[in-house]
Design a protein around this ligand. Structure first.
Ligand code: PFF
Length: 453
């Protein structure tokens, strides 16, 4: 087993690092999941709780993970025990996070395969020929096909592997710097069109009007799970990206930019989707139904421009998913590389295992051949979705924040926050350290206990 540090390469600049980490954060969670969860749990009411979790827990975790990563230049598999050699069991927190990454990657690959498939169908005009009432069946048929979605998933994954093999700076950083601005432009175009449709205000109201009766403890747990999932924190991906951060990167400032960018894109996605849904007389659906059944009807009702918007939208979703899937694959690849495996072998091995799990899970979706197989009353797909959405990330996050706030040496934290004494530690740093020690762990425990019970 080699003792290789995870520093064979790193991000070239703070801007590149911010783009790559924002690329990890902005993904299906923002565009696909956030809008419908927000609508479902009471719009503005959900948003208030969500803001709290994003800034007081999510961003705290991002800062903590960056610090752990940059301090050790190791992946989560080794970073915890390197900081606490006298308590080697902490490494299980890192391994648990990596396992969560693997499960998220599997579910991500399924949805990305569908999305790439729908992008292809909008490009070739297949979607525009389907009558409004036919989309539900079309999606079920498409998702249950044994081969077609898998082919799209494999194409998607091959691209991710290709980027990873390009290296951290020449692959991940370069692709993120290119894709993130394209993504923002596409989203803004979609938003402007959606908000200028007659009747759009009903969609805006659905997103922002606060209805506290819909929130409940389930909504609060969903907000927490979503905040962590959306910021890609708690699983150790940001520890890996932290290990690539330049020495002079201002960690707290970068965490703030990434968090703001992620939040803004989630809100813009809601503004791109709901006004159009309501303006076209549709009702918002939950989960896959919204993107693959309701939105195509909306696009078709907009005529020729609609076809263009359909292409833009599915492209947007594919690009967002790409940089997130790349970060998950990179975390797992870097972990195996640290263990002594070649990067290319590691990337291929992780991809093969992830695709295997995603094929099994996708067969359990809809009318697939494994759809009648249930664990704890849930199909494999539903189980993965639940575990990776609301259960595992908060548990991993709690353990990480306890480690950071209570077991990591204060001098190490101070040294990283001040970039080895070259920048001043201001009240903002002190406030965030206070959040990490007290507010975040207590809030996480309360929400986890009430939500899971
Ligand atoms: N943050 C991504 C999203 O919002 O879609 C998903 C994700 C990526 C979660 C990487 C966790 C992770 F480690």
């Amino acid at each position: 087993m080699s003792n290789k540090k995870n520093t064979s390469s790193g991000f070239n600049s703070s801007f590149g690092a911010i783009m790559a980490a924002a690329g990890s954060a902005v993904g299906l969670g923002n565009i696909w999941r956030f809008p419908y969860i927000c609508g479902k749990y009471g719009g503005g009411a959900f948003l208030i709780v969500y803001f709290f979790f994003v800034f007081f827990i999510g961003m705290v975790l991002m800062m903590s993970e960056f610090i752990i990563g940059r301090r050790t230049r190791l992946t989560p598999g080794r970073a915890y025990s390197a900081l606490r050699p006298q308590h080697p069991n902490w490494r299980f927190v890192g391994l648990f996070g990596l396992l969560t990454c693997f499960l998220i990657l599997a579910i991500y690959l399924i949805i990305s395969g569908w999305t790439l498939g729908y992008f292809w169908e909008s490009l070739t005009g297949i979607l525009s020929k389907i009558p409004d009432e036919g989309f539900a069946d079309h999606f079920k048929f498409f998702a249950s096909l044994p081969l077609r979605p898998v082919i799209f998933t494999v194409i998607f994954l091959l691209f991710c592997v290709f980027v990873i093999l390009g290296g951290v700076e020449k692959g991940i950083e370069r692709v993120s710097k290119l894709l993130m601005p394209i993504l923002v432009v596409l989203l803004v175009i979609l938003c402007v069109r959606s908000l200028t449709l007659p009747g759009a205000s009903e969609g805006v109201a659905y997103l922002f009007q606060a209805d506290f009766t819909k929130l409940g403890s389930e909504g609060v747990l969903a907000a927490l799970g979503q905040a962590l999932f959306s910021l890609s924190v708690g699983m150790g991906v940001m520890i890996v990206y932290g290990s690539y951060l330049p020495v002079d990167d201002n960690i707290l400032k970068s965490s703030m930019w990434i968090t703001l960018c992620d939040l803004l894109i989630a809100i813009l996605s809601g503004l791109a989707i709901f006004p159009a849904v309501f303006a076209c007389g549709q009702t918002p659906a939950e989960g896959p139904g919204l993107v693959y059944q309701v939105l195509p009807v909306v696009f078709n009702s907009l005529g020729t421009v609609g076809r263009l918007f359909s292409i833009f939208f599915f492209l947007l979703l594919v690009l967002a998913a790409l940089t997130s899937a790349i970060s998950l694959l990179e975390a797992l690849t870097a972990f195996l590389h640290e263990k002594g495996m070649q990067r290319s072998t590691a990337a291929v091995l992780v991809s093969s295992l992830a695709i295997l799990l995603s094929v099994v899970a996708s067969f359990s979706f809809g009318n697939g051949i494994l759809s009648s197989f249930h664990i704890a009353g849930l199909s494999i797909f539903e189980l993965l979705d639940k575990l990776t959405g609301a259960v595992l990330p908060p548990v991993c996050a709690l353990l990480t924040i306890i480690f950071f706030g209570w077991f990591m040496k204060k001098e190490d934290i101070r040294d990283e926050l001040s970039n080895h004494g070259t920048i001043k530690i201001g009240w903002f740093n002190v406030f965030y350290y206070f959040l990490a020690r007290f507010v975040a762990p207590i809030a996480l425990i309360i929400v986890l206990v009430t939500g899971l019970l």
